[in-house]
Design a protein around this ligand. Structure first.
Ligand code: FES
Ligand SMILES: [Fe+2]
Length: 429
């Protein structure tokens, strides 16, 4: 009988992906969605080494603001100190590990652990307690009683990311060409962008990579979301269809985006009849402001085209009929926690904000036309992987041999993700 070690070495010899560019065949092994061992490797090779999104600058508008969030499996405090500097700490008391900040958000110059009362200023510095000989005089001379800092925190155009690997490349290098997408979003308002309301949290009984694929999968939209397209056809007073021309952007380092003109209205800045004549004037004014500030070509791209982007490994930005940011993290191979946020133009009018939020809730929100259907599709796929032994592969070949640009329903963007996933997972590091 084979030992578990032999079994494992056999498993490691089997490929995770088949990337046959000549035949136009791309396959992903379904065990990548189900095996505990792969999840352990992902925690080490992806979530402990890649830059992971933590939050947007608008969520901490004032000095001393803080929020708590789980990123990459760690509980974190993301805050600003008295001078307004952005920081990130591991939210674990150096004494015995309890969460030091337990509120979702607030404004605090100090944090106090509720378990035994150790306290820290908002730069993470231990504030001495019980100076009665209980601890040696040089206690904390090595900083062991301070709140541990996240090794790296950096922002790009208001989007903040952390990295648990002190030796990681800079955020800008890591983001590579995906910076262009963040620019296209950050430029949408003259005064920048802001997160609207609170985050939305939910869980899905499926592997996290299924949501990654789904979030920029144009192929499923017509089938899975047919109800939405029927509804939208009424709204725009014509048949709603997917964009016929779509650009797929390989943004390097596993990041990718699909971009095209879709039938829905965009608060920045594409009008549809259902919004009425008053909105038409307002949308036109928004577009003119964009043209004045950014030039005709860039303004048209922002206003008319929508884009679904994934920044490796787990940040999705859907800039379509509204903007959602979404991250997710695997609790188990077949279970993930999802966090979603709505992003909007700072200072937009009440009416425009309402249109944006209506659009968000109708399609992107957890109770909209899209998310429940997507969740059902993802959970159904995960159930299908129960037959892993007999049905070993997923197919992601669509459009691989296409000449002259990819279609909206091709799968090149997912192949960008999987190539980087396999490179990092297989890397001898
Ligand atoms: S665990 Fe925080 S003071 Fe003891
Ligand atoms: Fe979907």
């Amino acid at each position: 009988m084979a030992t578990s070690l032999e079994l494992r070495s056999k498993a490691e010899q089997r490929p995770w992906i088949i990337d046959d560019r000549q035949r136009g065949i791309f396959r992903v092994a379904r065990r990548a969605f189900v095996e505990d061992e792969i999840l352990l490797m992902e925690r080490d090779r992806l979530f402990s080494r890649c830059w992971l999104y933590i939050g947007h600058e608008s969520e901490l508008p004032k000095p001393n603001d803080f929020l708590t969030r789980n990123v990459g499996g760690r509980e974190l405090i993301f805050n600003r100190d008295r001078k307004g500097v952005f920081q990130a700490f591991l939210n674990t008391c150096p004494h015995r590990g309890a969460l030091v900040a337990r509120e979702r958000k607030g404004n605090a110059i100090a944090f106090r652990c509720f378990y035994h009362g150790w306290a820290f200023n908002n730069n993470g510095q231990f504030a001495v307690r019980d100076a009665d000989g209980a601890y040696p005089d040089d206690f904390n001379s090595d900083g062991c009683a301070n709140l541990p800092k996240v090794p790296k925190l950096a922002g790009y155009r208001g989007f903040y990311f952390v990295n648990f690997d002190a030796g990681a490349v800079s955020l800008e290098d890591y983001l590579a060409d995906s910076r262009q997408i963040l620019d296209l979003i950050a430029d949408q308002g003259p005064d920048g962008m802001e997160i609207i309301g609170q985050e939305q949290r939910y869980s899905i009984r499926a592997n996290w990579k299924l949501l990654l694929e789904n979030s920029f999968d144009g192929y499923h939209a017509g089938d899975t979301h047919s109800t939405y397209f029927e509804y939208l056809s009424d709204q725009i007073e014509m048949q709603a269809t997917l964009p016929t021309e779509t650009r797929v952007w390989d943004l390097k380092n596993g990041h990718a985006s699909i971009e095209g003109e879709a039938p829905w209205g965009r608060p920045v800045a594409r009008w549809i009849p259902a919004w009425g004549a008053q909105a038409k004037t307002e949308v036109e004014a928004i577009k003119q402001e964009l043209i004045g500030r950014l030039g005709e070509e860039r303004a048209q791209r922002i206003a008319i085209l929508g884009r679904n982007t994934a920044i490796f490994p787990n940040l999705v930005i859907n800039d379509i009929m509204a903007i959602t940011l979404r991250t997710f993290y695997p609790l188990e191979p077949d279970r993930m926690n999802v966090c979603g946020w709505a992003l909007g133009v700072k200072g937009e009018t009440r009416d425009m904000r309402k249109r944006r939020l209506d659009n968000f809730l109708e399609f992107l929100g957890p109770g909209g036309f899209a998310t429940p259907d997507d969740v059902e599709a993802l959970e159904a796929a995960q159930r299908g992987y129960g037959a892993l032994q007999e049905a070993e592969w997923n197919d992601i070949s669509r459009g691989m041999l296409r000449k002259g640009g990819f279609h909206a329903t091709d799968e090149e963007q997912m192949r960008c993700f999987w190539r980087e996933w396999a490179r990092r997972m297989g890397a001898d590091q």
